[in-house]
Every structure is written in C-alpha cells, then in structure tokens.
Design a protein around this ligand. Sequence first.
Ligand code: ATP
Ligand code: MG
Length: 414
Amino acid sequence: MASLQPVRGTHDLLPDEARRARHVIETGRGIAERYGYEEAATPIFEFSEVFARTLGETSDIVTKEMYTFTDKGGEQITLRPEGTAGIARALISGGLSQHLPLKFFYAGPMFRYERPQKGRLRQFHQIGAELLGVGEPSGDVEVIALGATILEELGVLQHTALELNTLGNTESRAAYRALLVEYFSDHLDSLSAESNDRLERNPLRILDSKNEGDREIVAGAPEFDDSLDAASQEFFAAVCAGLDTLNIAWQRNSRLVRGLDYYCHTAFEFTTEALGAQGAVLAGGRYDGLVEQMGGPSTPGVGWASGIERLSMLIGEAPAKQRPISMIPMGDAAEAVGLRLTEDLRRAGYTVDMGYRGKMKQRMKRANNINASVAVILGDDELAQCSATLRDLDSGEQELVALDDLRDRLEQFR
Ligand code: ATP
Ligand code: MG
C-alpha cells in the first residue's frame, strides 16, 4: 500500500544508521565545545517569512524547495530548510545582541523539496556552527578550522578538498553583478531556461549552474577578482593567511558561490569525489547582512552546515558499540535471581541483555546474534552454590563464579 511507504525523500534511521548519525553529532558537538561553541536548538518550523526574507526571494530554496503550509490558526509556516535563519531570528527575538559575540553549534533535521537521489533527501539532517558578532577574518578562519577538525576527527578530511572563494563586500558584488549581467546577456540564446531566469534575479547563481551548456559559457565569464575592491581583497588575503598559518590546505575556486543570497566575503565548501554527484560535504560562508535584513541590529556572522547523511556515508561504519552481557537464567527460581542481577548490573553501568524465553540453545543463539561478549548462565546447580557460570563467548571457556564476585569478574568484559 502506497501510504505505508515512507514519504519520498525521507528515510528511517534504524539502529546502525542512527548510531552513525549519533557518532557524527557527538563528534561535532564535542569538538565545537572545545572551540567555545555551545549547542542551541531552534524550532524545526518558523513563520515562512523568516526564510522568505532571509534566504532571498530568488534563492532556489525559497522558489522551489520549501515545505510551507497554513496551520489551523491561519499562519503561514515553513519547515526549516536550513539552520542559520532560525538562529538569526532567535538572536533578534531573544534580545541576545547585547551578549555578542555568540558561538552556536546545532544539529537536527532540515526539509527541502528536492529531487531525491543518493545523498539528497527531503528530510535530511545537518550539524552546523554559527559565529555571530565577529566581523574580523579571524572569525572565518576559526569556523573553517572547526569544520576541518570535525572532518579530521571523523576520519574523512583526507577524502575532501577545501574550496575557497570570496564574494567581496556589497560594493564589489554590485560591480561584479553588473559585469555578469552584461556578459550573460550576450549569451541568452545558449543559456538554459533556468539560467535565463536567474539573469535578472540572481546572476551570480548562474556561475553555480550544473547544466553542461551553461558551464561552457560560465568558463568565459568575467572573474570576480577584477571587481574586488581593496578592502575586500585585504579581507580575503587575511582569511587565506590564517588558513595557511593553521596548515589547512585549500584551493581557490573562483566560481564558488553559495546558494543563498545573504552571503558576502568568504564562501567555502569541503567537497568530495567519493559521493558521486552530491559532492558538497560541509559548506558555509560569511553573512554580515543577514541579521539586519531580518530587522535586527547590524551583526556580522559566519558559519557552516554539513549534511549528516553525507558524512555518515563517508565514515562507513560507526565505532563499535559496547558488547552486551547475556543473562541466561534457566528455570523459575533462576529467572527471579537473573532478573535482579540483570537490573543490578545495568544500574552499575553494564550493558545487559536478558532473553524473555527459550531453551538454552535458543538463548545462546540470541547471545551470539547480539554479539555478547559473555554469557551469565544461572541454572539450579549454580543457584545451589550461590554462583553463576560465566562463559566467555569468544574463547568458549567457562568458570563458576560466586554471585558476590560476579560484578568484579565481569569488569574485564566491559
Ligand atoms: P547542494 O549543492 O548539494 O544542493 P547546498 O548548497 O544546497 O548543497 P547547503 O544549503 O549549503 O547545501 O547545506 C549544507 C550541507 O547540507 C551540504 O553541503 C550537504 O552536505 C547538506 N545537504 C544540503 N541539501 C541536502 C539534501 N537535500 N539532502 C542531504 N544533504 C543535504
Ligand atoms: Mg541544494
């Protein structure tokens, strides 16, 4: 029945995958804390305006990808497609501007109505970081370093390349925009319909087109560098120098633009060839105009977000989970003792599985299935001696252990 399928572009995080996702989140959170970024969580839905205003009416997200609905009170609501707008909204509505600079880490689901493919979902998950109130290039360097360290700790940094670009300040971008419009106007016939559309509204995005024909035309487009004023050049040079100081390898990609309208100066992306067409792993940039555009005080910001599903695919396996102890009581009297022991051990921090039913053979089979390290077997013989049989499930060795000593003896199987 179609209605019992997951909605297209969504998927279930069953335990193996959930563990991988958790590993990504916990690694990200732990490292972010070392850099002074504290976790924050904004709602997964906001008034549509929060996104419409900040992402820019012309961005792909707003024009095509938003999950928007009218709630029962008649409010226009949107499931968040990304995390930055919500954080900026929280800064304003929570009156946090007096506490700048602020450093946030977040993790959670995002929603975009896109064509689902491997590594591209409609409900996906991100970790992200935002640094608010720091306009200096050292802020850009810090957030990029944070991203690189997380990728390194996850063991995926070596499968990525850091691409870096600058979009300059407002004046430089306006100058470049004019040059682009002039250039692309001469190629209207050869540009894709989508790029034709963008010419008026957001010509920078044409640089980002994935259309083959567009890319040929883009190759001949004017370079941003020629439009950068001195202040913008200086800012970018400082970011590059900071990365070099930290030995963070990067390469210039002068065609890298961010999909969202509010970015300025630094744009960056850790990309990989290991995921086919979905090459962007961690992406971000500077968004000094965002908070003001939303109606708050002028507040510089820089940050990034990274797709948890893409990171999970790159790491392959999560670190091994703790192997459980298997409690195997045989007989009614043993059941009661086993129940109490199981609970005591769990409270003492052990991971213990107790089967609900079955003969010895079935219970041993379950112990193997869950990869238990040791079985604690309680039968009438053992009970008569106030003991249990410990069976090392790797070596097959057995020994009789007094119940009083059980906890200590199990220490080695933790
Ligand atoms: P793409 O070019 O792949 O569409 P994007 O520029 O739209 O990416 P951002 O808005 O910068 O992506 O989001 C940051 C990160 O979130 C991406 O680098 C990617 O890892 C992840 N991401 C974005 N959209 C999706 C999606 N639909 N499914 C899974 N992950 C996604
Ligand atoms: Mg996208």
